[in-house]
Ligand binder design. Structure first.
Ligand SMILES: [Mg+2]
Ligand SMILES: [Zn+2]
Length: 239
């Protein structure tokens, strides 16, 4: 399968886990940020009908792709600046995030953001952290029409019929498990399909419950310091 980038790691110390290249796929909403920004936006701007759609998504009556598309379709494009200002003023980055990024740089561990969020708030919130654009997978947006339209840049492939919107399991499949030690960090049921493919799962909140229900192993975390601590015991730097 095609790799999504061709970055060379030859300037970094080679670090491995079980003889493979460690690679992290980290969720954004509710994981890097303390709360879900889409929910916060809907609660704050409160467009009529959003709660019914949110309940349909939650009870799996509607796919994430359809639901998130409909939610943003309730908001006028003219509110872009106001919505972004609201997110920037209210979203909080979970403790230890910068430390995890430093740890990854130090050990040559690849770090990717795998987000079901939308570009117009994901990129500005990540701007202080020097993460390359190619390291961020999220949905796009189009403000040229009357209401906000979500652009699905990474839809499901033939192996996934979840209607993910941003298909995390597809992203993981493009980094084969025989070469990569795949690590998923997430908080929600929407991370579970990717978690199933991972060698190591760091979970909090509803992803913990989902992994328990499905009997899938995971490491619980509260903030990114917990993850750095766990990984520093696992990563082996080769001479
Ligand atoms: Mg999340
Ligand atoms: Zn999918």
């Amino acid at each position: 399968m095609r790799e999504l980038d061709h970055h060379s790691d030859h300037n970094k110390a080679f670090s491995g886990i079980n003889g493979k290249q460690p690679i992290i796929f980290c969720d954004f909403d509710g994981t890097i940020t303390e709360t879900d920004n889409i929910v916060s936006i809907m609660e704050h701007f409160n467009p009529p009908g959003w709660q019914e759609i949110a309940m349909d998504i939650l009870h799996l009556r509607m796919s994430i792709r359809e639901g998130v598309g409909r939610l943003f379709g309730l908001l006028p494009s003219s509110k872009k600046r106001e919505i972004l200002d609201f997110v920037l003023a209210n979203a909080r980055i979970r403790n230890g995030f910068a430390d995890l990024l430093d740890f990854c740089r130090e050990h040559g561990i690849r770090f990717y953001v795998a987000s079901g969020g939308i570009d117009f708030f994901v990129y500005p919130l990540l701007a202080p952290f020097q993460i390359e654009t190619e390291q961020i997978f999220c949905n796009g947006s189009d403000f040229s029409g009357e209401s906000i339209e979500i652009v699905w840049l990474h839809p499901c492939d033939e192996y996934c019929d979840n209607g993910c919107g941003m298909c995390k399991s597809k992203i993981l499949r493009s980094y084969p498990g025989d070469r990569y030690y795949r690590i998923v960090i997430g908080d929600s049921v929407t991370d579970f399909e990717a978690a199933k493919l991972a060698d190591l799962v760091f979970a909090r909140s509803r992803l913990v419950e989902r992994c328990r229900e499905m009997g899938h192993p995971f490491v619980a975390f509260n903030d990114f310091h917990d993850i750095v601590e766990h990984l520093s015991k696992k990563v082996v730097t080769l001479p």
